[in-house]
Write a protein that binds this ligand. Structure first.
Ligand code: GTP
Ligand code: MG
Ligand code: ZN
Length: 319
């Protein structure tokens, strides 16, 4: 049993990890490997965030077991190392916490059927940087490559490894580099993201066949133009660690960030930022901009700079 803490009614509390939520019930996994279905007791106030869900997948909680049927009440949440949110509605003050206590964000990309754009990759990396969550890029479906796609792949590996991100090329179908993929996931809590159809479920099944996730199917409900609340679920890995599957979430929730902070989330831009003529330079068309100069000299890849400009134009940011 986990450590106990005194309570008014003197019942010992158990410690566990929230691995699934439905909105009112939470599945909590104890260190002994037992799962409990829990509800929340009382109100939780989490510093600074008004969230639609007080407890999220990834939370470490203390709960009071009741009865014999493995149910209980969550009484306390441990402080989160980090969490990612999605705004319920743009500019809304209420957010939905997708997951917490994440060690790394793994972006699954395919360059064919479907092709993931660098714009999507860069928005993902920007958000991971903003949350201070290390990001890894995994290219799946390499069995489908022709020469043109292989060339694109090599260029992207050069860009992203050049910036400092780890990349890996795999095929869930042909079982290529699955051991390497496993070692990326081992002993860590990984949030898996990527467009629908890139092979997230297939890859998870390859490393953990017992999970038997649905493949080749749209695994979540699409409701165009409407916000569908979706809850992540966390799968324990037999070789240590957890993967968090995020149904219906193509991107991370965007973070509140000011426009002038964006460049600093591009790791290769950082060393130039202080050298611009204007200290409020947005690196668009200001005179004597060190970032534009670095792009011209070939020290910053034009694809990254182009995506930076495009992200600046997203009408999301605070001025
Ligand atoms: N050729 C090839 N096909 C793959 C590979 N990995 C997955 N697929 C196929 O791609 C399709 C989508 O795979 P899924 O694993 O369901 O994709 P997903 O990312 O989980 O998609 P959502 O659940 O909708 O987000 C399926 O038909 C898979 O069989 C691969 O490495 N090579
Ligand atoms: Mg899937
Ligand atoms: Zn500048």
């Amino acid at each position: 049993m986990g450590k106990t803490r005194s309570l008014k009614n003197d019942k010992p509390l158990l410690k566990g990890l929230v691995i699934r939520s439905t909105g009112s019930w939470y599945t909590v996994l104890t260190e002994q490997g037992e799962t409990y279905s829990c509800k929340i007791k009382g109100r939780f106030r989490i510093q600074g965030i008004k969230s639609t869900n007080p407890v999220a997948v990834g939370d470490r909680v203390w709960f009071a077991p009741v009865g014999v049927d493995n149910t209980g009440f969550i009484m306390k949440i441990e402080a989160r190392h980090n969490y990612i949110i999605r705004k319920a509605v743009r500019l809304s003050k209420r957010s939905h916490i997708i997951a917490s206590n994440i060690d790394q964000a793994v972006l699954i990309v395919s360059l064919i059927f479907p092709r993931t754009s660098t714009g999507f990759i860069d928005r993902f990396l920007l958000t991971a940087e903003a949350y201070h969550i290390p990001a890894v890029i995994v290219f799946n479906k390499i069995d489908l490559y022709d020469d043109e796609v292989r060339e694109l792949h090599e260029e992207l590996v050069e860009i992203y490894e050049g910036v400092g991100y780890q990349t890996l090329a795999v095929s869930a179908k042909e079982h290529i580099h699955i051991e390497e993929f496993k070692s990326i996931l081992a002993h860590k809590v990984s949030l898996l993201s990527g467009h629908s159809g890139v092979g997230k479920s297939s890859l998870i099944n390859r490393v953990e066949p017992d999970l038997n996730l649905k493949e080749g199917d749209i695994s979540h409900i699409h409701r165009k133009g409407k916000h569908t609340t979706s809850f992540a679920s966390m799968h324990p890995l037999s070789f240590g660690g957890y993967v968090i599957d995020t149904p219906g979430i193509k991107e991370f929730g965007l973070v509140d960030m000011e426009k002038r902070e964006i460049a600093g989330r591009f790791p290769e831009f950082r060393k130039y930022i202080g050298s611009c003529k204007f200290n409020n330079c947005l690196h668009v068309n200001e005179p004597d901009c060190a970032i534009v100069e670095a792009v011209e000299k070939g020290d910053i890849h034009p694809v990254r700079y182009y995506n930076y400009l495009s992200i600046l134009k997203d009408d999301y940011w605070k001025e």
